[in-house]
Ligand binder design. Structure first.
Ligand SMILES: Cc1ncc(COP(=O)(O)O)c(C=O)c1O
Length: 418
């Protein structure tokens, strides 16, 4: 078998050499350029490119990316195929079914785009909002702030409802703001990873319908870890990211639009500001627009496909999170989100223990335990330490490792007398 392979390779090389030797000689005007040899390069190849790439193992127990299971890493090493090959379409069809399952939706306009969660965030807004239109954003952590900025940059008229990190908006407050600002789109983060909050969603979709507003929900940090039902909860646009509870490497962002959202985005007067994120192209590539010809962009979908098919595991995330929460309280630490039912099971926020420098704690844990945990982000900076156990990392033995690392840090990091 091996010999036949070698023989075949030898034959191919001989064939290639024969083709090359039959090519016509180079024409003279190009000659001086082609004659340049490697020795005439003024910029030498950097030494780092000659070294093999080394990546250390780390426990990724922050808010993401999360460690990826070996079978999914292996999927990423499978041969590359063309993005317009029939086998690629089959993979994409399977991915679409997987996302529909994970989102609990029957929406035809369901795709996985190349890019991080931010790409899906921009895709949702760029496609459904036109310059000058009113957008309402619930801000209770970094992600609302980020969406408000994105919408503002593309020329929307942005209105915000603002609470401290981890704050919860009541349906009454939301309805009042919908009536006041008459937005075409309302944005809410389901899993506010900067605060560790799982925001309730029930009833908001109905209010949005009543006020002729599209309901956009970010589940980058929560999908697979906390329940969400796109169709039943009347969510018009939902997106997530691959690198958290979905077990896949970063770089793929699933997104789904229902009929109401499609109606708005495909009857707009102006073109979306981004070509790459224009859903009229992306929906064609995914075969969602019913046209026979599909034109595509290259995407890294194979590893993602394998990640997605692992079962969604709300119960499992909740059990491991509760185990972690009890362990943290046993260490004398205070959880930032007081009400248990509002805690995000994938990312736990710990109030910074009094007298400690949180940066020192995190540095100690990285140095002595090769473990990533992180501080707050945006408005929650200097308020919390974040511990994420999601997807493949969501295991009680990992919770034990995280607890042991924190206990060690609390023993060994300086504590002021205050
Ligand atoms: C809730 C939420 N939304 C959006 C994002 C942005 O995703 P990405 O970092 O993949 O661009 C994150 C990332 O942490 C997140 O937690």
């Amino acid at each position: 078998m091996m010999q036949r392979g070698l023989f075949r390779r030898g034959a191919l090389l001989a064939q290639q050499a024969a083709v090359e030797s039959s090519l016509p000689p180079m024409i003279s005007p190009l000659q001086p350029r082609l004659d340049r040899s490697m020795s005439s390069l003024t910029i030498p190849p950097p030494a780092c490119m000659l070294r093999p790439l080394e990546v250390p193992f780390r426990y990724l127990f922050g808010p993401g990316p999360s460690n990826v299971p070996p079978r999914i890493l292996a999927a990423g090493a499978r041969p590359i195929i063309g993005h317009l090959h029939p086998e690629m379409y089959e993979i994409m069809n399977d991915i679409k079914k997987g996302i529909q399952y994970a989102f609990q939706t029957q929406n035809n306009m369901t795709i996985a785009m190349s890019g991080s969660g931010h790409a899906a965030m921009e895709c949702a807004i760029f496609n459904t909002v036109e310059p000058g239109e009113s957008v309402l954003v619930a801000v209770n952590g970094i992600w609302g702030e980020r969406v408000a900025e994105i919408a503002e940059r593309m020329g929307a008229s942005v209105h915000t409802m603002v609470k401290a990190p981890g704050g919860v908006f009541t349906n009454e407050e939301i309805e009042k703001a919908l009536a006041k600002h008459k937005p075409v789109l309302f944005f809410l983060t389901h899993g506010e990873s900067s605060a560790g909050l799982a925001h309730p969603v029930d009833g908001i979709g109905d209010l949005c319908r009543k006020h002729n507003t599209l309901f956009l929900v970010d589940t980058v940090a929560s999908l697979g870890a906390a329940p969400i039902f796109m169709d039943q909860q009347n969510i018009d646009i939902l997106y997530t990211g691959s690198q958290k509870a979905l077990n896949a490497p970063p770089g793929t962002a699933p997104i789904s639009f229902n009929e109401r959202a499609c109606q708005k985005m495909f009857t707009r007067k102006t073109k979306p500001v981004s070509y790459l994120l224009d859903m009229s192209h992306l929906s064609n590539y995914w075969g969602n627009d019913g046209k026979p010809a599909r034109l595509g962009t290259v995407s890294d979908l194979q590893a993602f496909c394998t990640g997605l098919i692992s079962k969604t595991s709300w119960k499992h995330h909740k059990e491991v999170a509760e185990y972690l929460w009890t362990g943290l309280e046993d260490l004398g630490l205070k959880l930032f989100i007081r009400e248990k039912d509002l805690r995000l099971p994938s990312v736990t926020t710990i109030a910074i223990p009094q007298g400690y420098n949180w940066r020192e704690i995190l540095q100690y844990i990285m140095k002595h335990h090769q473990m990533e945990m992180t501080g707050g982000l945006g408005p929650s900076i200097n308020m919390v330490i974040r511990v994420g156990l999601m997807g493949y990392n969501c295991q009680k033995r990992n919770a034990d490792l995280a607890l042991a690392a924190l206990a060690d840090a609390l023993r060994n990091c300086k504590k002021s007398k205050a």
